[in-house]
Write a protein that binds this ligand. Structure first.
Ligand SMILES: [Zn+2]
Length: 250
């Protein structure tokens, strides 16, 4: 038995917002098999953690400028929108949240055990970050942190589509049979989510969520084509599969 390394957690808390193409119980089974630890399924994160004034705290994390991290006191209308989103769990388009600020807010809402173990929030919200070497916010599919987030909107909008796709009209897009980027409602969504869940696990296990090998689920995809080839159809490469096996057999 390999005992050279210990799992830094014994449980995964998995929060998921409702989505037609995601089956939380299947995701739980997948994680249990891959990581061999308890997986506790939870519902919509902000519904479960609701307290008075939460709408305002969420609205405060909205991205206000594409090129700068600026936070403003939210307008009453924006707070009302957040209230609706929490209550209805409805899909949102157009609002981007500062991923670092929203993560800090979520971390504040975690209980002790959730902080100590590995907690992941699957959300429809769009999370952006402004990295040191970038001149504007980019929408992310995954944010590895405490808690980690996997964003459905980020999977659709984060990895770029080919330039030709942006230039094509609606009809042409429908006729492009050889390449179909991820849609909001898409039977491939769950496979992509699985890969991003595994990325958060590797971040927690090793500090390194990405792999440079093409074909590995952990490949840091910047294009939709890569997302399809590696996150949707990929598997873990031999090295990463070995690392997980060590944890499973601990
Ligand atoms: Zn790999």
């Amino acid at each position: 038995m390999n005992s050279w390394i210990e799992l830094p957690f014994e449980k995964i808390f998995l929060y998921t917002e409702e989505h037609d193409d995601l089956n939380p119980r299947r995701l739980k089974k997948f994680l249990k098999e891959k990581v061999s630890c308890d997986v506790v399924l939870k519902g919509d994160f902000f519904q479960e953690k609701y307290h008075e004034g939460l709408e305002e705290r969420i609205a405060e994390t909205r991205v206000r400028e594409k090129t700068k991290r600026v936070f403003l006191k939210p307008l009453p209308k924006e707070i009302e929108i957040e209230n609706k989103i929490i209550k209805d769990g409805r899909n949102i388009s157009g609002i981007i949240y500062d991923g670092i600020a929203l993560t800090a807010l979520m971390r504040d809402l975690l209980d002790r055990e959730e902080k100590r173990e590995h907690t992941v929030v699957i959300t429809k919200r769009s999370l952006g970050t402004l990295e040191m070497n970038e001149n504007r916010y980019h929408v992310r599919a995954v944010l590895a942190s405490v808690p980690s987030s996997v964003s459905i909107t980020g999977i659709v909008e984060g990895p770029a589509k080919p330039r030709a796709y942006y230039l094509a009209g609606k009809k042409e897009k429908e006729n492009t049979s050889d390449f179909r980027p991820m849609q909001y409602s898409d039977e491939r969504m769950e496979s992509a989510v699985r890969s991003y869940l595994i990325q958060t696990i590797f971040w927690r296990l090793t500090g390194a969520p990405f792999c440079s090998k093409k074909g590995c689920r952990l490949y840091n995809s910047h294009w939709q084509k890569e997302l399809m080839d590696y996150q949707v159809k990929g598997e873990l490469c031999g090295d990463h599969e070995d690392i997980l096996r060590c944890f499973r057999e601990r």
